[in-house]
Design a protein around this ligand. Structure first.
Ligand code: NDP
Ligand code: 8X3
Length: 253
């Protein structure tokens, strides 16, 4: 059976790689993001491989999400897999200096955008008693780091939301998974540092970070398990990344 897969944030990074991966398997794809030109380029690339639908949509707009998802063409309406991938980090300043409007945007996108889409698509999955929601969380939702403040907190939301969805959906055949990547090279740092190419490049300098394809592979694997298996979470880091010791301030202590 051809799987219908809805991928948010398909214009770049993990979402783009995930679309390519599912495209190779012949799935029917809904490609969603704000940059229509990027989505159309991807649609063109996937021509002849799989059916695609481009949805230009800002997920922070709850009404638009509800409206657009309620009018999906019949061939794309029965979604088997929702990949809640769209998200962003803005800034790396400590909390007392961080931009309040950046915090709002991260909450609006990573938390609200994710639940707008989930709330819109879940009733159909429940009615069909079939489906899988794969959220893209982050190691930033598991471990604290300086400057991670609100970004990490939005990903902690994603982690707990994933678990609570599982609790709500017990008794259905719907599966829910949280993928928690570490350092990965995409446009993530370029967005975080407001287009500063040099600063973004420094994040990856001297490292071998995860690639978008690594995350796509994890999403694909989780979704390819037999129906009775629910992969609750997958945490991935590049081999060059690990935990540091807890910080101690010996000056003021
Ligand atoms: P990218 O910046 O490359 O991709 C982010 C995607 O999100 C883009 O397609 C962007 O599309 C989309 N997006 C952002 N805001 C909105 C919005 N309001 N409405 C719709 N789409 C939106 O970064 P990544 O691929 O790295 O990030 C994907 C996910 O992975 C994010 O949730 C991120 O937090 C998470 N993550 C990233 C890690 C990393 O190190 N790269 C590690 C762990 C998690 P457009 O701008 O066209 O709308
Ligand atoms: C992205 C991972 O550690 O750069 O979610 O915040 S990190």
């Amino acid at each position: 059976m051809t799987k219908t897969v809805f991928i948010s944030g398909a214009s770049s990074g993990f979402g783009l790689a995930t679309a390519r991966q599912f495209g190779r398997s012949g799935a029917r794809l809904i490609l969603c993001a704000r940059r229509r030109d990027r989505l159309e380029a991807l649609q063109k690339e996937l021509e002849g491989q799989c059916e695609t639908l481009v949805l230009e949509m800002d997920l922070t707009d709850a009404d638009k999400v509800a409206q657009v998802t309620s009018k999906l063409p019949p061939a794309f309406a029965d979604i088997d897999l929702l990949v809640n991938n769209a998200g962003l980090a803005l800034g790396l300043e400590p909390a007392h200096r961080a931009s309040l409007s950046d915090w709002d945007t991260m909450v609006d996108t990573n938390i609200k955008g994710l639940y707008h889409l989930t709330r819109a698509l879940l009733p159909g999955m429940v009615a069909r008693n079939r489906g899988h929601v794969i959220n893209i969380g982050s190691i930033a939702g598991n471990y604290a780091y300086p400057g991670g403040n609100t970004y990490g907190a939005t990903k902690a939301f994603v982690k707990q939301f994933t678990r609570n969805l599982r609790a709500d959906l017990l008794g259905t055949r719907i599966r829910v998974t949280n993928i928690e990547p570490g350092l990965a090279q995409t446009e993530f740092s370029l967005v975080r540092f407001a287009g500063d190419v040099e600063k973004a490049g420094q994040v990856y300098q001297g490292t071998e970070p995860l690639r978008p394809e690594d995350i796509a592979e994890a999403v694909f694997w989780a979704s390819s398990q037999p129906q009775h298996v629910n992969v609750n979470s997958i945490e991935l880091m590049p081999t060059c990344q690990a935990w540091a010791a807890l910080a101690i301030d010996k000056v003021q202590g």
